[in-house]
Design a protein around this ligand. Sequence first.
Ligand code: HEC
Ligand code: HEC
Ligand code: HEC
Ligand code: HEC
Length: 138
Amino acid sequence: MMRTETMRKVFAAAALAASFALASGAAAAADMTKKHAALECTSCHAAGGFKAPEPQKCLGCHASDEIVKATERFNFTAKLTNPKTKQEVAHKALVNPHDSYHYGRTENCLDCHREHTPSVNACATCHDVAPWKMGAPR
Ligand code: HEC
Ligand code: HEC
Ligand code: HEC
Ligand code: HEC
């Protein structure tokens, strides 16, 4: 009897603490970017958790082929001269963020796209991206 009562109190206290954590966490992150203003929180966060979603979640609504096509224009061709033969060679620079030289289509969306804070351009960590004319995404 005694044990059951204690357990009940422990569970009640835990549930209360969890609901406080949830409420303050949600309030801190509720500053949604406009792009997804119409979405429910649960479109990205399974009920009961506020973990960053996996790329699969994003890809469920934004087809891979479509985002690759939308940013294909960032790829460019540069003319390089072979120093030995002096021959000009066309060199394609694969800077499409959704199908890039390093990662192909496998880079995690959240390297660049953020939901509750401004997005970033992960390529800029190492490259001077100004000539690419590729800023941070929405
Ligand atoms: C439940 C469906 C859904 C999910 C999940 C989702 N989105 Fe969206 N997203 C939309 C809709 C709807 C829009 C607004 C219409 C549009 O522009 O395509 C949008 C807009 C965007 C835009 C702006 C598009 C533009 O034209 O500028 C970006 C960027 C974006 N989403 C990235 C993401 C990323 C990254 C994730 C994962 C963290 C994600 N989305 C998850 C439905 C979704
Ligand atoms: C290396 C950085 C980077 C990564 C990683 C990345 N994106 Fe993007 N994304 C961008 C940039 C930059 C743009 C904006 C391009 C522009 O100005 O049109 C963009 C645009 C978009 C758009 C809008 C496309 C449109 O129709 O104009 C969507 C949707 C999107 N990304 C979704 C995703 C999803 C989903 C993932 C993960 C599978 C992802 N992105 C990964 C940088 C990135
Ligand atoms: C389109 C997908 C998407 C939607 C819709 C969304 N979130 Fe998020 N959420 C994210 C991503 C991505 C992160 C990882 C951090 C970031 O990108 O800001 C995140 C992180 C969080 C976190 C963890 C704390 C933090 O800032 O890292 C909380 C809490 C949260 N979201 C609450 C919410 C609430 C509340 C709503 C509804 C008002 C909501 N989210 C709607 C994608 C989404
Ligand atoms: C951690 C540092 C780092 C990040 C982040 C990074 N790169 Fe690179 N990148 C390099 C280095 C180092 C090289 C040269 C060595 C090599 O080719 O791998 C390079 C080479 C390249 C090349 C080959 C240049 C050529 O001759 O065609 C391209 C294209 C490129 N990066 C695009 C990108 C894009 C697009 C992103 C963002 C999605 C990115 N990089 C992010 C370090 C980085």
